[in-house]
Design a protein around this ligand. Structure first.
Ligand code: ADP
Length: 441
């Protein structure tokens, strides 16, 4: 023991002899104490615990985040499922990553068959740069009609059948990269309604055409009745005068003069009818023949489909405009097309073809040709087609081409018909361009 103000002990000695520090007098000082585990490793322990906590927090936050994302995915999936139309989600490798049950129903494939399917990625103009596209592999028809934006799109079912679709595309950013969401709507029902509407319009046009011609024919018949009746009565009288002995030549001469007069009156009736059409009904405005052709083709497309006729159109580029009456020129074209269809009624369906071509010739005149693959025109009838009341149809009125010629001539144009060497007829119209020195007669 050392002397001094307060007793001092060696911790190593105390430890060796097993003397507890509690038994030392108060105020004793213990020296050379060995540091304990805690003292020695305190910072390591603290550091380790802190690190463990940090790691745990990280893991928890990752778990929480994952849970949260899973929740979002789930919500997204539910939203997609609730969508009333087919939805297909495609990644930028062109693989389907998500579909809803509407899409399954639309295409007749199961979800399992669709998910992961590598589909051809097509990138419509408006999505360029975003590396997204929509499915062509199962969507496009064999002719790849789905590739063209602005064209008709068709979906193809698992069984190979096709249906018209409308597709809305929206790019989506996801953690896996850009995706494209395609909302697919089956528009068969709408298409049918449109076709029905077209059929109705074509029927209406047909009725309007028939009733216009019917009215015209009725008034022409009424006006012609009188001179024709007089001619008949005079002819019968002439026969009686001829039977006299000697024949009453003076009376016969007078009768022939009457017949000539009545004939001229009849001719005048027809001329007046034509004049009426020219003076009162013709408008003149610069017209684009191509757009007029498109309007008429749309009008008859339903009728053509019903009658199994394929309509072809070949529109010449940069045609000059013509000055004319849109409604009347449409009527002429409509008539030519309907005549063509009538002429093909006896042909097998696959041979019923009408094509409408427009061109401009060297003089800048606009030419329009309507070609059919029908029975053609007997050579002896060719010269008479445009005469009023000339018809070879059991219920024909024979006014269509006569009116067509009246209208075309009122436009300073020409209309004529030819037989095609390969069968069928072609009706041609040539119209002067706007601004050429034309006067509507
Ligand atoms: P409709 O159609 O009432 O007979 P149109 O004046 O339109 O009156 O036609 C007169 C006739 O011209 C028809 O009856 C038919 O004999 C003939 N014709 C018209 N278009 C064609 C065609 N594309 N092919 C063959 N003959 C035609």
């Amino acid at each position: 023991m050392l002397t001094g103000a307060s007793p001092v002990y060696d911790w190593r000695e105390l430890h060796r002899w097993g003397i507890s520090e509690a038994r030392l007098p108060a105020g004793s000082e213990v020296r050379f104490r060995e540091r304990g585990f805690w003292e020695r490793y305190r910072w390591l322990i603290v550091g380790t615990v802190v690190l463990c906590l940090l790691e745990a927090a990280l893991i928890i936050s990752l778990l929480v985040n994952r849970a949260r994302r899973k929740g979002a995915d789930e919500r997204f999936r539910l939203a997609v499922e609730a969508f009333p139309n087919g939805v297909v989600l495609v990644n930028n490798q062109g693989q389907i990553v998500l579909v809803n049950s509407q899409a399954e129903k639309l295409f007749g494939y199961s979800r399992a068959e669709l998910i992961g399917q590598a589909v051809e990625v097509l990138i419509p103009e408006r999505f360029r740069g975003a590396h997204v596209g929509h499915t062509a592999g199962f969507l496009a028809s064999p002719q790849r009609r789905a590739m063209g934006m602005g064209r008709e799109l068709f979906g193809r079912r698992k069984d190979g059948t096709e249906f018209p679709v409308e597709i809305g595309l929206s790019p989506i950013q996801s953690e896996e990269g850009p995706l494209v969401l395609s909302a697919i709507v089956d528009i068969s029902a709408r298409r049918e309604m449109e076709a029905e509407l077209l059929r109705e319009r074509a029927e209406l046009a047909h009725v309007a055409r028939v009733s216009t011609m019917g009215e015209l024919a009725a008034s022409v018949a009424h006006e012609l009745n009188q001179p024709l009746g007089a001619i008949l009565a005079n002819a019968e009288a002439a026969e009686l005068f001829l039977e006299q002995e000697p024949p009453a030549l003076d009376d016969l001469r007078a009768i022939l003069a009457d017949i000539r007069n009545d004939d001229e009156r009849a001719g005048e009736v027809i001329r007046r009818m034509r004049g009426l059409l020219r003076k009162h009904e013709l408008e003149r405005e610069p017209l684009e023949i191509n757009s007029l052709v498109e309007d008429v083709l749309q009008l008859v497309s339903g009728d053509a489909a019903l009658r199994g006729v394929a309509l072809n159109v070949d529109l010449g580029p940069a045609l000059p405009k013509v000055a004319g009456d849109r409604v009347h020129l449409q009527q002429v074209l409509l008539n030519l097309i309907l005549n063509g269809m009538d002429a093909m009624a006896g042909q097998p369906r696959e041979q019923r073809r009408i094509s409408v071509r427009t061109r401009s010739d060297a003089d800048g005149r606009v030419e329009l040709a309507v070609t059919d693959s029908g029975h053609g025109i007997a050579p002896d009838k060719l010269a008479r087609l445009f005469e009023p009341f000339f018809t070879t149809k059991p219920n024909g009125m024979g006014m269509g081409l006569s009116i067509a010629r009246t209208i075309i001539e009122a436009h300073n144009g020409r209309i004529w018909a030819e037989n095609r060497p390969e069968g069928g007829a072609v009706f041609r119209i040539s119209l002067p361009p706007v601004g050429s020195n034309q006067v509507i007669k």
